[in-house]
Structure formats: C-alpha cells, structure tokens
Design a protein. Sequence first.
Length: 253
Amino acid sequence: MVVQAEEGRLTTSSARILVATAVPAERDAVARAFPEPGRRVHLPGVILHRTGTAYDLLAAGVGPALAAASVSAALTSAALEGTPYGLVVSAGIGGGFLPEAPVGSLVIADPIVAADLGAETADGFLPVTELGFGTVTHRPPRSLLRQAVEATGARAGTVLTVSTVTGTAARAAELRARHPRALAEAMEGFGVAEAAAAHGTPVLEIRAVSNPVGPRDRAAWRIGEALAALTTAFGKLAPVLESWNRHDHRHDQ
C-alpha cells in the first residue's frame, strides 16, 4: 500500500502495476484487455500509457539493456513521486520450445533466466554466476505465479532472455540442454527483472508464443494470433494482479 498526501490529508491507495512490453504492438494488445481508454503520461526518458487506476503500460524497447533502462526510469520516477509501483509485469510475445509450448499458447516464467550472460570456454558455456559474480535468475512470488497460472491456463516454466533470437535447430538444442525446463525465449524479461529487483519490486513475466524456437522461418510466425492471445490472457490476469497487489504479498518469494 502507498500513503499519499491529498488536499492536506493522508489517503491510502493500492500501488499501481507497471506492465512493460518491448514494442507498441504488444503494449496495445495489453491495453485492449481494459475497457477504459488510456492516456499518455510523460516521464523523464519514458512515455507511459496509463489506464484506469491500476496500470501503467510501457513499450520499453527491444532487448534486455533498453528494457532495463526504460523500466528503471519509470520505477525511479514513481519512487521519487512517492508512489512506487507494487508489481512489474514483463509481457509480450516470444518463441516457444516445441512440443510443450506451441504457437498460440501462454507461458509464465518460473524462473526468468538470462540464457547467454556468461562466458564461452573450451568446456562449454559458463553462466556469469559460475564466474563469481552477478545473477542469472529471477523468480516471481509463489502465490502470484500459482494464481496467474490458474487464471490464464498458462504453463509455468523457464523463460529464457536472449540478446540474439535463436535461428537454428542446433542453437535450440543447446539451450534446451542447458535449460531442460525452458518453455519460451524472448529478449526483455531478465532486463525488466533486474530493474525491478534493484527497486525491491516483485516481477512476473508472461509470454504468448508466436513462433517455434529453432530454424528461422517467418512463414511459421503467427504474430497476430499471439497478440490476440496476450489480450485474452490479460483480461483474465488483471483481476489476479490487482487482488494480489492489494493484499501486498511482496515478501512471498
């Protein structure tokens, strides 16, 4: 909960939820889940789409670095205004590992993993944690994950954050060998999670699958279908997010 000053008195209200996508098409797909029109809010370095009383939607940019920078800017601005966010959601479309995550399906990250943050060696890839520093994993609050999966029908599993989208069968097999529970890959979740963690804010990642992970075949992409699935998912997910946020389970890790 956030305490705000209003007309000389203190009032208590639920913290808002920040939903970060990569591109405007994903942001707009999320926005379509809400009946009320949104309005643009300009903050230093970012432009938010504010809908109702609960959500700020942000097209944060492609890739973990830009996503982290944009989300951090939004979180910092909110904190300086005395209205910190209660939850950050990384949302969008992504590639799915077959057969577990076919095109059109939904995946919720448990955990969010940086797949290629580390070093190549003669013996294979070493994550940055094995080099003695950093982190490669963020996890959503357990109760929120459970409720989100129940509400949307999504599968829970590892969602990989990559800086280079997989385009070959060999790369897909390599990722699955290192991450046997991987269901999807995308490019922003870990960056969003890093920014959220720096502010002590819980994070959730949801992906609608638009294409199989593997050989790059644009004819197999179903972006429109995945965006529609994302809209439907948020229609079901929004009440869960708001209820969880109101009850302030931020330490349920």
